[in-house]
Ligand binder design. Structure first.
Ligand code: NDP
Length: 601
């Protein structure tokens, strides 16, 4: 038996975890609520019955109203709380059906959150200050009616009004006019408030609006900040106003042909099958798509097609791809009306349109084996690789075959990363991005704009390069490979562990058990810092920025933005892990103290 935090009510529960001072318990309610409670708030059933029967004996002399107030068996509509488990009445253990206000999911709470003082407490206060003229019996009836009213209307006014009525009839009479005026004022106030609410967007809408505008506009702004003529952040970007600048039928054709080709390649029955969370199976054949798409460039050049049209129509291709991502997000928003509840993303089903569109209502949308997140990753990586190859072709054409080592290194490092994403595409399935984030505007635009956003580094080198000495290039490559080793090593280690924790190759790794059934790695890469893959990513992007030199601020601003995003992401991921793993996550953070840089952060 465990005491429900913040109340005097005891319920059946099972112990999930414990430390020196606290238990983590799971109540036997529908939502299987988990709380952390003190030792004294947990008892075995026999101990509980013994202590309750003793306390009954002692409390027989207490005032009736007090006894009633505290009695867990008292029927009170205020116990509609969604997460409340079946209640035990004393002395007979009786399980009462509890009214629930589902479907609100009850989060797994780590720190005992004292529930807000529910009507029971307010009623107790009202009872205490009630005039002594009334008999305990009448008073109890009033309390019961109060409780009912309170449950119907959530507001203190309802709690207090009847109490005032009982003080004296005269007072009631004199207060009638006042309370009517009060009612009128509150009605007018309420109307004004609802009108204001109707025209004032909620905070969630404002946040989603800002996020959507930023994520859509940022690649266009960066593209105009860094052109062939200049690359500066000190001047406002000269954004073209005419729509034609962003639209070209050829660009639409290129994007459509590319996506269609990727779709066909995605479905070819080559490559190892892996299971998706929806039970469908997907083939890991991204490398086939990559090679097939890449081979188009020499083929088209051989056939005398102008492959550099992709470079010429860069802005239009980017606009078409981003427009397509927005349409995809809208389509997914509508589709989510027909999906089962367990496929929904809790953060994307708030009822606030823009927030839900931005966060995504569904977590892993898939049409049979066509998993959209999986497919989007492949499109991004292949497009990114192709754009970098085009940048190299453009350089060779502009400089009549004289290649630039700095540009070649810059493009090779980005191509290397794109190939890695596709080669290890399976490891996407155990990332936070795949498992927890919704598939909304943030995901679709964020993913589809990545190739255009990241090639800003290589296009800057193409247009404004300073040739770097070979030893500087070597150092940059070394830094990149160092970052890559950390990023790939940690991602693969976690993926292997999540896929098969009893793999003998991972037997040397230490891990912590958790109440969720899975374990947390506390040695290897995940024992050095809590997000080794993120630090690897930061080092990789730093190496790209270094190749642009120190004459331009834009690559460093982009690096700074990415670091900010990654730091924010560590908090987001850890919050989700804390909810999922409870005390075990606290033990992990005690053991692995730093998020990104040992002894620093
Ligand atoms: P991760 O791949 O880092 O996955 C986080 C998940 O890993 C957690 O939710 C948890 O999931 C599991 N996990 C955490 N700690 C441990 C541990 N000690 N032992 C075992 N499992 C653990 O999340 P992301 O989706 O954010 O990252 C995916 C990729 O994207 C990474 O390569 C990252 O570098 C990159 N990325 C890049 C960004 C950028 O701006 N450059 C930003 C964000 C990501 P579980 O429920 O399975 O326990």
């Amino acid at each position: 038996m465990a005491r429900w935090p913040g109340s005097n009510l005891w319920f059946e529960a099972s112990v999930v975890d414990f430390n020196d001072i606290e238990y983590q318990v799971m109540f036997k309610d529908d939502a299987k609520s988990e709380y952390v409670v003190k030792y004294r708030d947990v008892k075995s059933v026999e101990q509980f019955q013994r202590s309750r029967s003793k306390s009954r004996g002692r409390s027989s002399s207490r005032g009736r109203s007090t006894g009633r107030r505290k009695s867990p068996g008292r029927k009170s509509p205020s116990r509609k709380s969604p997460g409340r488990p079946k209640q035990i009445r004393e002395p007979v253990i009786e399980i009462k059906p509890v009214k629930t206000v589902e479907p609100e999911p009850v989060p797994v709470v780590i720190k005992p959150r004292t529930p807000s003082p529910k009507p029971v407490i307010r009623l107790a206060r009202a009872d205490k200050f009630a005039p002594r003229t009334s008999t305990p019996t009448r008073q109890s009836a009033r309390i019961a009616s109060l409780a009912e009213k309170h449950d119907e209307v959530d507001g203190q006014v309802n709690n207090i009004k009847p109490e005032v009525k009982t003080v004296t009839e005269n007072k009631v009479a004199t207060q009638t006019l006042g309370s009517r005026l009060c009612g009128l004022t509150s009605c007018v106030g309420g109307c004004l408030k609802s009108a204001a609410c109707a025209i004032t967007p909620s905070l969630a809408t404002v946040k989603a609006l800002i996020g959507s505008l930023l994520i859509v506009a940022l690649p266009f702004i960066c593209n105009e900040l860094c052109t062939k003529r200049k690359c500066t952040i000190l001047e406002l970007p000269n954004m073209p106003r005419k729509l034609e600048v962003y639209y070209d039928l050829r660009a639409v054709g290129i994007v459509a042909a590319f996506i269609l080709m990727q779709l066909l390649l995605f479905l070819i029955p080559i490559g190892r099958k892996v299971s998706l969370p929806n039970g469908a199976q997907v083939r890991c054949n991204g490398y086939v798509s990559l090679v097939a798409t890449l081979s188009l460039i020499p083929l088209l050049m051989y056939l005398d097609y102008d492959v550099l049209i992709v470079y010429t129509l860069f802005r239009q291709i980017m606009a078409t791809t981003i427009a397509l991502a927005v349409l995809l997000a809208l389509a997914l928003y509508i589709r989510a009306r027909y999906i089962p509840d367990d496929a929904k993303n809790p953060a994307g089903n708030t009822g606030v349109f823009l927030a839900d569109l931005f966060n995504g209502r569904e977590t892993c949308p898939a049409i049979r084996s066509l998993d959209l997140k999986f497919f989007a990753l492949r499109i991004t990586a292949t497009m990114w690789l192709m754009l970098n190859v085009i940048v190299v072709v453009k350089d060779l054409q502009t400089h009549l075959g004289l290649y630039s080592p700095t540009l070649l290194v810059a493009c090779t490092l980005q191509i290397f990363y794109a190939v890695d994403l596709v080669w290890f595409e399976e490891s996407l399935l155990t990332t936070y991005e795949y498992m927890k984030n919704g598939c909304g505007l943030f995901f679709s635009v964020g993913t589809f704009q990545t190739p255009f956003f990241l090639t800003i580094f290589t296009r800057l080198v193409l247009n404004h390069r300073t040739e770097l000495e070979w030893y500087i290039l070597s150092l940059v490559v070394a830094l990149n490979l160092f970052g890559y080793t950390i990023c790939r090593g940690s991602n693969s280690q976690k993926h292997a562990f999540r896929t098969n924790p009893s793999d003998p190759a991972l037997a040397h790794l230490e891990s912590l058990p958790t109440s969720a059934g899975t374990r947390l790695l506390v040695s290897g890469w995940w024992g050095v810092m809590r997000h080794p893959n993120y630090i690897g990513d930061i080092l990789i992007i730093t190496s790209w920025a270094l190749l642009c030199g120190f004459n331009f601020a834009l690559p460093w601003v982009l690096l700074g933005l990415d670091v900010l995003f990654i730091v924010a992401r560590t908090y987001e991921v850890e919050e989700a892990c804390r909810k999922k793993y409870g005390l075990a996550w606290n033990n992990y953070t005690d053991r692995v103290k730093y998020r990104l840089i040992p002894r620093v952060f």
